[in-house]
Design a protein around this ligand. Structure first.
Ligand SMILES: [Zn+2]
Length: 238
C-alpha cells in the first residue's frame, strides 16, 4: 500500500526509534522536508533533509560529515539541498552525523569514538585515534545512521571525508563510482577496508547498492567546488 509522506516519516521515526521531533510540517518548499533523526551524545540534533519524491523506490543518501575534523562535505550537502528535488529520486541528505566532533574539531564523537569504526560488519576493538567504541553501534550517532540506512536501503550512498583527494572504489557499483570521480575531477583508488566502517557494512547489507567514500582535499571548499560536487551527485542520482 502506498504511504502518504507524513505517514512514511512517522513510520520511519517509529521503526528506527528516532526522536520524533519531526519537522516535516515546517517544509521550506514543496518536496523538501527537514527532520531531526535524533541527537548526538551532547544533545545536538542530527538533521536530515529529504528532497524529491518520497514514494520513489530510488533512495539516495548523501552524508557530509562523519569524522568531525573532516567537515568540508557538509558544504556539499547543504549546496545539494539548494539544487532542488531531483526527478524520480528520493534524496536524503545528512549534513553531519557527528555534530559534536564537528564543534570540537575532533575525529570522534564526544565519547572519542570513531563512528566509522562503530558499525557491525567485521567490527573489531580498536583503540587510539580510531577508537572503535566498546561494541558495535554503542554510539547514538552510529545507531541513528544504522537505522536510517536499514529503513531507506539506498541504491547510492556517498560519505564525504577528507583529506586524501580521491574517490574510494568500494565493493559497490564501480562504474558509478568512477563516473562520479570523473564528473568532479578526482582520481580513484581502493583504500583499505577498515573493520566497522559504515561503507563496508552498507555494501554487505545492500549488495545491489553502492556505498562509497569521497575523500575531499584539505581545507574548506570554494562555493564553485561545492557546487560541482553537488551537481555531480544530482547527475548520478537520477
Ligand atoms: Zn574520514
Amino acid at each position: 500500500m502506498a504511504l502518504s509522506y507524513p505517514c512514511l516519516v512517522h513510520r520511519l521515526a517509529l521503526a528506527t526509534g528516532m526522536a520524533a521531533s519531526l519537522l516535516a510540517a515546517g517544509t521550506a518548499a514543496a518536496g523538501v522536508h527537514r527532520l531531526v533523526l535524533g541527537h548526538s551524545v551532547d544533545g545536538r540534533p542530527i538533521v536530515a533533509i529529504e528532497l524529491g519524491n518520497p514514494l520513489s523506490p530510488r533512495k539516495v543518501l548523501v552524508v557530509g560529515c562523519i569524522h568531525g575534523n573532516e567537515p568540508a562535505g557538509a558544504a556539499i550537502a547543504n549546496r545539494l539541498a539548494l539544487l532542488g528535488p531531483p526527478a524520480g529520486v528520493d534524496l536524503w541528505i545528512v549534513p553531519s552525523f557527528n555534530p559534536d566532533g564537528q564543534a570540537a574539531g575532533t575525529r570522534g564523537n564526544a565519547h572519542a569514538v570513531d563512528l566509522n569504526r562503530n558499525f557491525p560488519w567485521r567490527w573489531q576493538h580498536r583503540s587510539g585515534v580510531s577508537y572503535s567504541g566498546p561494541r558495535p553501534l554503542s554510539e547514538p550517532e552510529s545507531s541513528i545512521a544504522y537505522h536510517l540506512v536499514h529503513r531507506l536501503r539506498p541504491v547510492i550512498s556517498i560519505w564525504f571525508h577528507q583529506h586524501l583527494n580521491v574517490v574510494d572504489i568500494s565493493e559497490g557499483n564501480v562504474a558509478l563510482e568512477r563516473r562520479y570521480a570523473g564528473l568532479v575531477g578526482l582520481s580513484t583508488t581502493s583504500l583499505t577496508r577498515e573493520p566497522g566502517s559504515v561503507v563496508t557494512w552498507e555494501n554487505h547489507l545492500l549488495p545491489h547498492g553502492s556505498a562509497f567514500v569521497v575523500e575531499l582535499p584539505t581545507g574548506r571548499l570554494t562555493v564553485s567546488t561545492a557546487l560541482r560536487f553537488a551537481r555531480a551527485i544530482d547527475t548520478i542520482a537520477r
